[in-house]
Design a binder for this molecule. Structure first.
Ligand code: C5P
Length: 259
């Protein structure tokens, strides 16, 4: 791996270590850092358009667990910036606004001060500005905290880019869901046809490649494939096949932690 490609991983190291919950244990009087498995957390990370949201929702339903859309939280932070007319070139302005409001993912929806903004955060304008919240180190720290709090006392299937690598490094099961850029673009292109002015396939593919680049080169919380994640390539697989494969892994891991 080139030094340039290693840079985002190295730069995220302080955040990664700062947030790793560890439990103390001792070996002949020497303190060891041992991470215990959090058997009520399943993480699904991967690039845009891999089908994470649909799969995570269905997996949560099958397990009778709750579902957390962490991308929705970064989108809600960007919506706050738009509503408050922040100066996007001054990251601290957005952070200050975000600190004054509540962002919450629950019941498969995203809430801003208890207002359901699940539809509004999907507009192209919010999508365009979300990089300002996702690239903001202080906002990431706030979100990581919120995501950990929302996992307290409940079983959660959580989906995003950094859930297995940073937020829940000791999750019961970590999945990395991916698909080729062409297949992801084809899926998005099919969705586009419902719009009055759909993008061309070439435009959709260009946007997918651009977002992949942004996700992977983000200095904090970049998209990485955790070494201990189960990689699932959804090319040529139905949603049901992917969900069933994940469910088998989760149930097997649950059995293993019980025995
Ligand atoms: O998944 P979704 O497209 O809704 O994510 C919105 C944005 O938030 C994306 O640009 C993604 O890179 C970012 N994101 C993130 N960390 C997460 C989830 C999403 O940086 N855990």
């Amino acid at each position: 791996m080139s030094q340039l490609r290693l840079l985002p991983i190295l730069m995220s190291y302080p955040i990664l270590t700062r947030y790793q919950p560890a439990k103390d244990s001792f070996f002949f009087g020497i303190k060891l850092n041992v991470m215990s498995t959090n058997d009520t957390i399943v993480t699904i990370d991967g690039p845009a358009g891999a089908g994470k949201s649909t799969v995570a929702r269905r997996l949560a339903q099958r397990l009778n667990w709750e579902y957390l859309d962490t991308g929705g939280m970064y989108r809600a932070a960007a919506l706050l910036g738009l509503r408050n007319g922040v100066n996007w070139n001054i990251p601290a302005e957005l952070t200050q606004v975000v600190r004054q409001h509540s962002i919450e993912g629950r019941d498969h929806r995203t809430f801003l001060d208890n207002e359901d903004v699940s539809e509004e955060i999907r507009t192209p304008q919010v999508t365009q500005f979300t990089r300002f919240s996702a690239d903001n180190q202080d906002i990431r720290a706030i979100m990581v905290d919120l995501q950990r709090k929302s996992a307290q006392d409940r079983s959660l299937v959580t989906e995003g880019r950094d859930q297995g690598s940073v937020v829940f490094p000791n999750a019961l099961c970590k999945f990395y869901l991916t698909a080729s850029p062409e297949v992801r673009a084809q899926r998005r292109f099919a969705e586009e046809q419902r719009k009055s002015h759909p993008d061309s396939y070439e435009e959709v593919l260009r946007k997918i490649n651009y977002r992949d680049e942004q996700d992977r080169t983000r200095p904090v919380g970049p998209l990485v494939e955790p070494a201990d994640a189960i990689r699932i390539d959804s090319d040529g697989k139905s949603i049901d096949e992917v969900v069933s494969e994940m469910e088998r892994h989760v149930r097997r891991r649950s059995q293993e932690t019980l025995s």
